[in-house]
Design a protein around this ligand. Structure first.
Ligand SMILES: [Zn+2]
Length: 257
């Protein structure tokens, strides 16, 4: 099984940051170094062409620690709607992301444009079986409808907050990831409890900082997320850690190379 495959020197994956913007760090080597020393797997996502290229170069640099996702984020859909570069990048990538919809990005990236760019990207990845990372803030219903209309590999709704549509998301076998906000959010606690445990993942969305956690950020917070998740679920830390690693194995599929 993938979770048992070694990342480095025979060690299995212990922690998983399912969603991190490694290309947004000034010093990604320290993040990759942390991942290596703690057996943490980083699913590195991109927001446009340039960050996709950077993400793929980081996979080459740290092949044991980093899986690369490429794509155009809803915030960038209005700025860089051209996708002629994406098929080749997808070919080289582990999956598609971060893609999706968010009405909060306003006139610079209207939802109608986001929708077109989102669906064109889903069409490009359709049939490949590659995992997909979706940003669905304020647009869970529309995101669900979009992913339903394609034949896709495993889908993750990252930093999931759509409590009212959770059961529908679970029924469709879509993974959801929870991050450091879980440490301070009753709503996310309720979501964690109501989730199908086989569809729960952990993330940090680094380098996003968490004011309520003193400005902390990044993959070093993953063990704290697992700890809080274990408390919320009434399980042991090790049991929860293992559950997330196994879920990640199913979401990410066999790790190549
Ligand atoms: Zn993100």
């Amino acid at each position: 099984m993938w979770a048992e495959i070694s990342l480095k020197g025979g060690s299995a994956v212990r922690f998983v940051d399912s969603h991190v913007h490694l290309s947004h760090y000034d010093g990604p080597e320290s993040v990759a170094g942390f991942a290596r020393l703690t057996d943490t797997l980083l699913s590195a996502v991109s927001i446009d062409r340039n960050t996709s290229i950077e993400t793929l170069s980081m996979v080459k640099r740290w092949p044991h620690e980093v899986l690369g996702f490429v794509g155009v984020h809803p915030s960038e859909a209005g700025r860089s709607p051209g996708l002629e570069w994406l098929p080749a990048a997808l070919e080289e990538s582990h999956g598609l992301g971060e893609v999706g919809l968010d009405p909060g990005y306003g006139p610079g990236s209207p939802v109608a444009t986001q929708d077109v760019v989102f669906q064109r990207q889903l069409a490009l990845v359709e049939g490949s079986g590659k995992p997909i990372q979706v940003h669905s803030r304020g647009a869970v219903r529309r995101s669900l409808d979009a992913v339903e209309s394609f034949t896709l590999g495993p889908v993750l709704f990252h930093w999931f907050e759509g409590e009212e549509l959770l059961s529908e998301v679970m029924d469709r076998g879509i993974f959801v990831s929870l991050g450091p906000a879980l440490l301070r959010s009753r709503k996310l606690e309720r979501i964690a409890r109501a989730c199908d445990r086989g569809l729960l993942l952990t993330e940090t969305d680094g380098p996003v900082t968490y004011r309520q956690l003193g400005g902390a950020q990044g993959p070093c917070l993953v063990p704290s997320v697992v700890f809080r998740l274990a408390e919320v679920l009434g399980e042991g830390f090790e049991e929860t850690r293992q559950m997330v690693a196994e879920n990640a194995a199913r979401y990410l599929g066999p790790k190549k190379g």
